[in-house]
Design a protein around this ligand. Structure first.
Ligand code: MSP
Length: 509
């Protein structure tokens, strides 16, 4: 038999964020989700994978229609205006996305109609009359079970109205058991564990009610028409979830991208991603995403952020004041992906001063200053005194990046920074420089310092891309992507000339 020795057809690493409602301006929560997703995307690129990163906007539905009405604009004009602000926001955050989806894009609407028609043809939907309660705020139907102990509906539902309405329903009940089995057999499908347990608990203890996937046009116009009944538009969540598929498919890259590797989302939209979305996919005969990675919510000063009280963090103001990488550093270092976080301005300033200015900035600055002062900026003979520690840190970091354990990865890098700063204090090269007999030893120490700086630039690529680039520049090295797992000790060559240092994170008092 003839054997062809072709490389395996490799799928790209495909990662997404939730798509944001365009009924307001972006805030810290949206920025956080995009930044952690960006760090994972860049990390994978720095580990040699081809990556596709998708983010974008959720533009249909009642919330957006109402927001548009309140400004007196038609919905499309309203969305077009805000979409520009959101796209600039993504740029401001230095996000490395490969596409930006808007659910009003023709390419997206076409795929939503395709999926709906397919499920309709397969008999997954039926029409029925609903009599009950509806929350416009959450765009969801409620039942008696949703009432609080005092008999009222929770304030999160806003004004609840009674409704009698014919709609299309998606039969979910028949999908409950395989989904339980799937989540049990795939422990990484929902991360972290406590979110996985939440989904399993829900699936095991409650019977899945059928999902209403339509809204009558007379009540809501702003949506994608059902291809099989023009009197209805599609339920906004069915529309929105499909973005993860519509973009690969409309670009002709479905085979290259699907199934998604990671959907990054906030804890409030877990059920949509870990229950409805897998069921939609399975019903359509498609593979399920490999992971839903769930982050927590930010508060400010231990209180919910809210415009009315002025208790908000505006990422753009912080970035203009402190720099993009300082913002990225703080949110990733302060909060692991999972629990809720608390922003404080003091905490931010403390991390900036201690970890960025004194920790990383000072190490770079003194290493390059001494090399310039004592050796005219020329790299001495290689020496591997710190090599074992550096390589151990690198290997630990690579594991953490592969596991999307971003906060731990920063800890690993900063432990190494602390170690090298301590090495400067212990070896005291500034004293050696005064003693000609110690010239050789001084060269060894300087090599360990400058090579550590180079490795730090490699390791920081996913987290602080601009800082990494500036370190390369100061080291007079080309700023190409360097594979983190493959960059070893001793790559800075003897005789290489570095530049003068410039403060990476100027001290602020
Ligand atoms: N449009 C839906 C998602 C559809 S995905 C197919 C939506 N939009 S949203 O604008 O309300 O939220 C977008 C993301 O931001 C969600 O993952 C949400 O959890 C996250 N956050 C919103 N506020 C947040 C915080 N205060 N903190 C952290 N993330 C939060 O839901």
């Amino acid at each position: 038999m003839l054997r062809y020795n072709l490389p395996p057809l490799s799928k790209q690493f495909y990662i997404t964020t939730a798509i944001d409602y365009v009924n307001g301006q972006p805030h810290l929560g949206h920025a956080y989700e995009k930044v952690i997703t960006d760090v994972i995307a860049r990390a994978r690129r720095c580990l040699g994978e081809e990556v596709f990163y998708l983010t974008g906007l959720d533009e249909h539905g009642q919330k957006v229609q109402q927001a548009a009405e309140s400004t007196g604009q038609d919905a499309q004009t309203y969305c077009d205006g805000l979409a520009q602000d959101w796209q600039s926001f993504v740029e401001k955050l230095g996000i490395s996305n490969n596409d930006f989806v808007r659910t009003t894009d023709a390419r997206h609407k076409k795929v939503v109609a395709e999926v709906l028609q397919q499920l309709y043809d397969k008999g997954e939907f039926y029409q029925d009359e609903y009599v009950g309660f509806y929350s416009a705020k959450q765009e969801t139907f409620l039942t008696e079970k949703d009432r609080n102990e005092d008999g009222e509906f929770d304030p999160i539902y806003g004004e609840v109205q009674e409704l009698r309405e014919k709609n299309y329903y998606f039969k979910l009940g028949q999908h409950q058991q395989w989904l339980i089995d799937f989540i049990e057999a795939n422990p990484d499908f929902v991360r972290p564990d406590y979110r996985r347990n939440e989904v399993l608990g829900f699936l095991k203890n409650e019977t899945l009610e059928d999902l209403c996937i339509s809204r009558p046009k007379e009540r809501l116009e702003w949506g994608i028409p059902l291809p099989f009944d023009p009197d209805y538009v599609t339920y906004v969540w069915f529309d929105a979830l499909t973005n993860y598929l519509s973009i690969p498919r409309s670009r002709g890259e479905e085979a290259d991208l699907w199934p998604a590797d990671i959907h990054v989302i906030g804890k409030d939209i877990l059920k949509f991603h870990a229950v409805y979305w897998p069921i939609m996919l399975k019903a359509a005969g498609l593979e399920l995403p490999k992971q839903v990675l769930v982050h927590g919510w930010w508060q400010k000063d231990n209180q919910k952020m809210s415009k009315s009280t002025g208790n908000v963090v505006d990422p753009v103001t912080v970035i203009d004041d402190w720099g993009l990488d300082a913002f990225r550093y703080y949110v990733v270092r302060e909060l692991a992906i999972g629990p809720d976080g608390n922003w404080t301005d003091e905490g931010f300033a403390t991390r900036y001063g201690a970890e960025l200015a004194n920790g990383l900035g000072n190490l770079m600055n003194r290493s390059l200053s001494m090399l310039n002062r004592y050796r005219e900026g020329i790299v001495p003979e290689p020496n591997d005194e710190l090599s074992a520690e550096a390589l151990a840190a690198r290997d630990k970091l690579v594991k953490e990046l592969k596991a999307s354990d971003l906060q731990e990865g920063l800890r690993t890098i900063w432990t190494y920074i602390g170690r090298v700063n301590q090495y400067v204090d212990q070896t005291a090269p500034f004293k050696m420089a005064k003693d000609p007999e110690q010239a050789e030893r001084l060269g060894e120490v300087l090599y360990n310092l400058v090579e550590s700086c180079r490795l730090l630039a490699v390791w920081l690529q996913p987290y602080l891309p601009d800082t990494s680039r500036r370190i390369y520049e100061q080291l007079s090295l080309p700023a190409n992507i360097v594979n983190i797992a493959e960059s070893g000790w001793g790559e800075l060559a003897v005789g290489h000339q570095v530049n003068k240092p410039e403060p990476l994170f100027p001290r602020r008092d």
